[in-house]
Design a protein around this ligand. Structure first.
Ligand code: HEC
Ligand code: HEC
Length: 270
């Protein structure tokens, strides 16, 4: 009887929890809410959400994965950089200003040529010039809190203490516009940008070349195939391309409304 009561109480709690939070945190099968309701409140973020934001930026708007991926070999992998950053400071070639791992990662993003990982410099510069773009200005233009979120993501991934602080309040200018990483995309093109598909695919005006060209994919594949290709890329591998390269976690990250918009869009690309 006691156990039965426990089960009942637990079930009620689960239902209450999902009613309160499910729409917020779990990809919903209902149409996505209008963006205004989903404003990112920087002042009220948990560290977990902040790390998740960094994850989204790394794989999406930051374009980091375009180079930092296990296949192309164009840039060092960053899975452990949260930890290895401190070792860079002891390298005799290191001449920068950073004193901590956090500062080193920050410097790598703001001034990539301050220290160039051996073998990855622009050809002919003897590792004095980095091919990595400055990601805090120009086309990528990450804001301070976005850079911090990426650092938190790296530190968490490497299993070291997260040393960056949570943003205290929403910086007024531009915060909403950049907060789109957490806000449902409104058009298929926005979905493509938000999840960084164009880093690898030719799609929606973007010119990625690591994966198949998707501009005419609808002529060959139906919606069912396309949906599966996005949320479960391992299920079938496009001929002539390496397996394991397309990120496997879009299914967990993408909102249901975004996925359907994307699949419709791909199916119509003929
Ligand atoms: C165009 C390719 C390219 C893009 C895009 C790019 N990087 Fe890099 N990155 C590199 C290369 C190449 C290196 C190695 C040379 C160097 O040290 O600068 C590097 C080095 C780094 C390092 C230092 C790694 C180490 O082991 O010391 C960090 C940290 C880093 N990148 C973070 C990022 C982040 C975060 C983003 C996205 C916001 C990003 N990069 C986008 C090419 C890129
Ligand atoms: C890091 C690179 C990368 C990113 C980012 C990426 N993909 Fe892919 N994708 C691939 C590769 C490589 C393949 C081919 C191998 C395979 O089928 O898994 C592929 C395959 C596909 C296919 C199947 C194509 C065919 O001809 O059968 C579709 C559809 C697709 N991707 C859609 C997307 C969408 C939509 C996004 C963004 C939400 C995306 N991909 C992001 C690398 C990527």
């Amino acid at each position: 009887m006691k156990n039965f009561l426990k089960v009942v109480i637990f079930s009620v709690l689960v239902v209450v929890f999902y009613t309160l939070f499910a729409n917020k945190y779990i990809p919903s099968i209902k149409p996505s809410p209008p963006p205004a309701e989903a404003k990112l409140d920087l002042g009220a973020m948990t560290m977990e959400q902040f790390i998740h934001l960094g994850d989204e930026i790394f794989h999406g708007k930051g374009t980091c994965e375009l180079c930092h991926n296990p296949v192309g070999g164009r840039a060092p992998l960053l899975d452990q950089v949260g930890k290895t950053a401190e070792e860079r400071l002891k390298d005799p070639r290191y001449k920068g200003k950073a004193k901590t791992g956090e500062e080193y990662i920050l410097e790598s993003m703001k001034e990539p040529s301050t220290f160039v990982v051996a073998g990855f410099g622009v050809k002919g510069t003897n590792d004095t010039q980095s091919p990595m773009p400055v990601v805090t200005s120009g086309a990528i233009g990450l804001k301070d809190f976005e850079v911090d979120a990426v650092i938190a993501y790296f530190q968490n991934k490497a299993g070291v203490n997260v040393t960056v602080e949570l943003p205290k309040e929403a910086p007024s200018a531009g915060a909403e516009e950049t907060a789109h990483v957490m806000v449902p995309a409104k058009t298929p093109e926005e979905v493509v940008t938000k999840y960084g598909c164009g880093a690898c695919h030719k799609i929606a005006g973007q010119q990625g070349a690591l994966g198949p060209d998707l501009t005419k994919i609808g002529a060959k594949k139906n919606k069912e195939y396309l949906r599966r290709a996005v949320i479960n890329p391992g299920a079938e591998i496009a001929a002539g391309f390496p397996p394991g390269m397309m990120p496997p976690d879009f299914g967990a990250k993408m909102l249901a409304g975004e996925l359907e918009m994307l699949v419709d869009y791909l199916a119509k690309s003929k």
